[in-house]
Design a protein around this ligand. Structure first.
Ligand SMILES: [Zn+2]
Ligand SMILES: [Zn+2]
Length: 360
């Protein structure tokens, strides 16, 4: 791949831009596909998430429901009966009250003579009053008995409600357990998809990031990172965050170690390079790199500023590489340019004469 804008022609710059566009588009479309697959994995285990109805003990529940309905209808019947009796008792009480009132009036208008307790009229009326009162009392007794029955039924009903609540709690516990199991399964599947993709992306990036088809390698790497660290987030179970963070830590450590090792390799390579003779060192430097170095006034071999030795330096003051040649026409040229800037004659590019190297 092309690493820097310096020294690039404008088609090369355009190609670089277009390559990045390709890389990002590739990542975006892979991402869309990935998120669809990750989403649909929810239906992989036995056709989807568990429903609470699957975990109810249906016969037991039906039995309890029937018992509840039965109790309720018994209570309703008793209630109706009590109401009817209440009406009857009310009538009897009113009848007794009216009779008592008329008896009192009758007594008041009657001139009481002699022993009233022996008066047959009074006795008859008193007995009639007693009979009326006992009717009202007997209604009251029946109403009280129904009240007792209602209380007993209420007790039974609350016991039944407790049983139903127990049954529901059991169902919910089974459902929660199944849901946990299901979430674990789906998360495992998603992890089994995204983690290998991430590892493959890391491997591809290390091996092929400088290959001709680098935009696809970069696109795939972007996709893998976002699939693992972003797409997976909404589907993480409780402990899922740990997995993500741990993988992130491992990757960061890995990247850090890789970078340090790469830097060590670079330092070692430079050291070996500097031990080679002029010709080999010059040959090892690519034209693009030489042009970029020239623009920055750096030595293309040791990457240090040659201009420290003055702009008219012929050799790098740090490593001794020959940087400038004199053309036959007298023009002074950067030794990696293929042509003389004054007469256009072809230079022996980057390859100082062997005699020059020996002379050093
Ligand atoms: Zn140098
Ligand atoms: Zn010349």
């Amino acid at each position: 791949m092309m690493t820097s804008g310096d020294g690039l022609t404008s088609p090369a710059r355009l190609l670089r831009l277009a390559s990045w566009v390709i890389a990002i588009l590739f990542a975006v479309f892979l991402n869309m596909l990935g998120s669809l697959v990750i989403r649909d994995m929810a239906f992989a285990p036995h056709g989807g998430p568990p429903a609470i109805e699957q975990f109810a003990d249906t016969p037991a529940k039906a039995r309890l429901d029937a018992a509840r309905r039965d109790l309720q209808s018994q209570r309703d019947a008793l209630g109706e009966k009590a109401e009817t009796m209440e009406v009857a008792r009310g009538r009897a009480a009113k009848e007794y009250g009216d009779a008592k009132e008329s008896f009192r009036n009758w007594l008041a208008t009657r001139s009481v003579t002699g022993d009233s307790s022996r008066d047959p009229d009074i006795l008859a009326r008193t007995r009639k009053l007693d009979a009326l009162q006992s009717v009202a009392i007997s209604w009251q007794h029946q109403i009280d008995a129904i009240g007792d029955q209602q209380r007993a039924l209420g007790l039974k009903q609350s016991q039944l409600e407790a049983q139903i609540a127990d049954e529901d709690a059991l169902t919910e516990r089974r459902f929660n357990e199944a849901t946990r199991h299901y979430e674990l399964q789906v998360f495992g599947l998603r992890l089994a998809l995204t983690l290998p993709i991430l590892l493959v992306a890391v491997w591809l990036f290390i091996r092929y990031r400088k290959a001709r088809y680098w935009p696809f390698v970069y696109g795939f790497a972007l996709f893998a990172l976002s699939a693992f660290f972003i797409e997976l987030v909404p589907y993480l179970p409780n402990f899922g965050g740990y997995v993500r963070v741990l993988v992130g830590i491992v990757l960061t450590v890995f990247a850090g170690l890789y970078m340090l090792k790469a830097f060590q390799r670079y330092v070692e390579r430079k050291r070996l390079e500097l031990q080679q003779d002029q010709g080999e060192r010059a040959r090892a430097i690519g034209y693009d790199k030489a042009v970029r170095s020239f623009e920055k006034k750096r030595c293309p071999s040791c990457d240090k500023q040659w201009s420290l030795g003055g702009d008219d330096s012929t050799f790098c003051v740090h490593c001794g590489l020959r940087l400038f040649n004199l053309c036959g026409c007298g023009g002074r040229n950067f030794s990696f340019f293929p042509h003389c800037h004054q007469c256009g004659a072809a230079q022996t590019t980057g390859l100082p004469a062997a005699s020059d190297a020996d002379a050093l």
